[in-house]
Design a protein around this ligand. Structure first.
Ligand code: SAH
Ligand code: SF4
Length: 370
């Protein structure tokens, strides 16, 4: 039975056309589902009664089921969602003054095996469907209640004003489902979020960055983590396929169509690995022709990671080298650390279909020092 949370507006209109229903019916149902958070066709009062009965028989509105709901002392809230087959993914809500950000997952696990990431260490199970990606926003909106709570967006008066695809998984490795989910998030008949407030974070899958630019440009964050190929090959293995030169060129192409005029480079700070003055200076050279901002993320530890967070003073010095070169560099504050909701700590529950020998395979730190 089709789950209507799986469709963007065009998809829903096509499905309604199959029932010989007009496109405005799709818009009505879209509004009920996403603006009102309604999952009961019977309650859609402005939809003709006969159609409501037909919809009840032919379709469903089914969001992922929350298994656990944790609230951090700093207001960050984390949900664990069942995605079937003994797999669960995590979603995090981060309230801040003037905005509320939802960090959503796009895959159960991740196949890319970045050396410092808990999600990558647990292997890959499967892509999330559009309904499972949009469903995280659908349910968080419902659970957080109407506007007026903490946060509060400028453009739609809801608690969630921003969405970042920075949870579990590599969004651009699940391209079609992610793009359909993005379209729902942006659609005025659904969440009406601004393109500038929806961010896709990628480890750097170059052809998919180009496709995103063509099909659904939103704000782009790229996980850089190293200034040269030798180090990046080890930290972010996808770099062996798409090296820095190609990645930087893709970022510049993306900016021709992007809703923002800069790319955000995420840079996880790993003590003794990628955090020296020399690394910072090499970054300045690397990004010289690419309009960007840096977001430094002090490493968030998890068991057996094999990495450590640098001292605060080191992060500050690193940031100041970038700033002095005219690059805006912010340092991400750790949020939700007490409920393991910080970047890179999301592990959910994943049955690894790739059957790796061990769950977490950290690189020895000495090996990645340069
Ligand atoms: N797969 C995508 C998005 C999810 S990860 C990507 O890699 O961009 C979101 C961010 O958290 C990425 O920049 C990732 O490198 C970073 N991250 C992963 N593990 C981390 C950890 N242990 N501490 C801090 N940041 C981490
Ligand atoms: Fe996957 Fe991103 Fe983690 Fe790398 S950092 S393993 S791409 S989720």
């Amino acid at each position: 039975m089709p789950n209507l949370l799986d469709y963007d507006l065009d998809g829903l209109a096509a499905w309604f056309a199959g029932l010989e229903e007009k496109p405005f019916r799709a818009r009505q149902v879209m509004r009920w589902m996403h603006r009102e958070g309604c999952d009961d066709f019977g309650a859609m009062t402005d939809v003709a009664r006969a159609l409501r009965t037909k919809l009840k028989a032919l379709a469903e509105i089914r969001a992922p089921v929350p298994l656990r709901d944790s609230l951090s002392a700093d207001g960050t809230r984390k949900w664990l969602f069942d995605v079937g087959g003994a797999n669960a993914v995590e979603t995090v809500f981060i309230p801040e003054a003037g905005r509320g950000t939802l960090c959503v997952s796009t895959q159960a696990g991740c196949a890319l095996e970045c050396a410092f990431c808990a999600t990558g260490g647990q292997g890959f199970n499967r892509n999330l469907g559009t309904a499972e990606i949009v469903g995280q926003l659908w349910l968080a909106n419902r659970l957080l209640g109407p506007a007026g709570g903490r946060g509060g967006g400028e453009d739609n008066g809801r608690v969630i004003s921003n969405v970042v695809m920075m949870g579990m998984g590599e969004p651009l490795a699940n391209f079609d489902n992610v793009v359909a989910a993005l379209r729902v998030m942006l659609d005025d008949h659904a969440y009406g979020l601004s393109r500038r407030r929806v961010t896709v974070s990628t480890s750097g899958i170059v052809p998919a960055i180009d496709r995103l630019r063509e099909e659904c440009p939103v704000a782009l964050a790229v996980s850089l983590h190293a200034p040269d190929d030798a180090l990046r090959d080890r930290l972010v293995p996808i770099n062996r396929k798409y090296p820095l030169r190609d990645l930087m060129a893709a970022c510049r192409r993306y900016l021709e169509r992007a809703p923002r005029d800069f790319v955000t480079f995420e840079y996880v700070m790993l003590a003794g690995v990628n955090d020296s003055d020399a690394h910072a200076r090499a970054l300045v050279v690397l990004v010289r022709e690419t309009p960007c901002k840096f977001n430094l993320i002090p490493f968030n530890p998890f068991p057996r990671s094999g990495f450590a967070r640098p001292p605060v003073e080191r992060v500050r010095r690193f940031a100041s080298i970038l700033s002095e070169a005219g690059i805006v560099a912010t340092t991400r504050r750790t949020r939700g650390g007490d409920v393991a909701a910080a970047c890179g700590q999301l592990a959910g529950q994943v049955q690894d279909r790739t059957r790796r020998a061990s769950a977490v395979r950290p690189l020895p730190m000495m090996e990645v020092c340069s």
